[in-house]
Design a protein around this ligand. Structure first.
Ligand code: ZN
Ligand code: ZN
Length: 341
């Protein structure tokens, strides 16, 4: 996620419909846990094994598990495919070690979003390569000419690559790109009045959910980072697709691993009296969503990692009995049932 941050200005304000659907056992358990508390969750974009190795990801998961946190971390199976090939068709010990951690992530409390397949060009799954000059995945989600079938096939192929190595996706995050081609195409689309994703995309994701291709019946999405209301973009019976945006920009180093962009106080100050997270908790808000990037948040060299741990410790100290950490897909279940709005 880095581009198209202003797209939401024109977003259709499709507020949640609070239709109650029969609550299953997992949902009931989630509700009991959340009763009267503010649910905390987060997204971590751009997670990969190449930048700082696999041990850092293991360390991150250990921390989440030990502190009973929950959130989401991107699983990008074709990340930097030109140098390394597909993680879903592993050929190195590093990739195999990473797959082990990906398989483990869910039991540690972490969801896995596809930040699509490559975070770059559209992959030809037959060859395992993205043809030179092919359109990038992020902007393709806005292309008005793409059919439901085309979206469903592409996302379905990513899910199949995951199945081949025993990992499942819970949701999706839009891969941002500021390259010249994407910027140019974005401007063209806007000029033609295309400000939002192609609605065929929502149908395709709902179809995949109905076919049991995601881990759960509801699919949370991290689309753009500008604040906007949570919205159901597609729903049918117990299935739903939810645009579940963060409430604050990345103050954990962003994708630049930039110390000037680290600020734990933006979430919660040391005295627990202010910060965006604190405001939500004190107002009795049902949930608070934040996000970071692996570049800034990884435990090996991420400048945001100490701040993340500080936020976790502060919230535990000041509001331990008023919050509950929850994975985004569990939160989207509660929203879908109408129990959390
Ligand atoms: Zn990204
Ligand atoms: Zn691009």
């Amino acid at each position: 996620m880095l581009f198209m941050q202003n797209r939401t200005g024109a977003t259709r304000r499709d507020f949640l419909r609070r239709t109650a659907v029969g609550a299953g056992a997992a949902l009931t358990a989630g509700l009991a846990k959340a009763a009267g508390k503010t649910i905390l969750t987060f997204y971590m974009d751009d997670t990969n094994p190449y930048q700082v190795g696999v041990d850092a990801f293991k360390q991150f998961l250990d921390f989440i598990q030990a502190n009973k946190l929950a959130g989401e971390s991107s699983m990008i199976l074709g990340f930097r495919w030109e140098e390394f090939g597909l993680i879903s068709r592993p050929r190195t010990a590093l990739q195999r070690a990473y797959i082990e951690q990906l398989r483990r992530a869910h039991e540690c409390g972490m969801d896995s979003h596809m930040e699509l397949m490559t975070h770059d060009g559209l992959l030809d799954f037959a060859t395992g390569r993205a043809p030179r000059g092919v359109e990038h995945e992020g902007i393709w989600l806005y292309e008005p000419a793409v059919s439901v079938d085309q979206y469903e096939a592409y996302f379905g192929n990513i899910i199949k690559e995951g199945e081949n190595i025993g990992v499942r996706f819970t949701g999706a995050t839009w891969p941002g790109c500021g390259c010249a081609a994407c910027t140019r195409r974005d401007a063209e689309l806007r000029k033609n009045g295309v400000l939002n994703e192609n609605p065929n995309l929502w149908k395709a994701l709902l179809n995949l959910a109905k076919r049991g291709k995601f881990r759960g019946p509801t699919v949370p999405l991290f689309t753009v980072s500008d604040p906007h209301p949570t919205r159901a973009v597609a729903r049918e019976g117990k299935f739903g697709v939810y645009d579940l945006p963060p409430h604050i920009h990345d103050n954990l180093g962003i994708w630049e691993n930039n110390p000037a962009r680290v600020n734990a106080d933006a979430y919660i100050t040391a005295d627990g009296k202010s910060g965006a997270m604190v405001e939500k908790i004190r107002a009795g808000a049902p949930y608070f969503v934040f996000y970071g990037h692996w570049q800034g948040l990884n435990p090996a060299n991420g400048v945001g990692w100490p701040a993340f741990k500080q936020v976790v410790a502060r919230v535990k100290q000041h509001y331990g009995d008023r919050v509950v950490w929850m994975r985004p897909s569990a939160l989207s279940e509660l929203i879908h049932s109408g129990q959390v709005a």
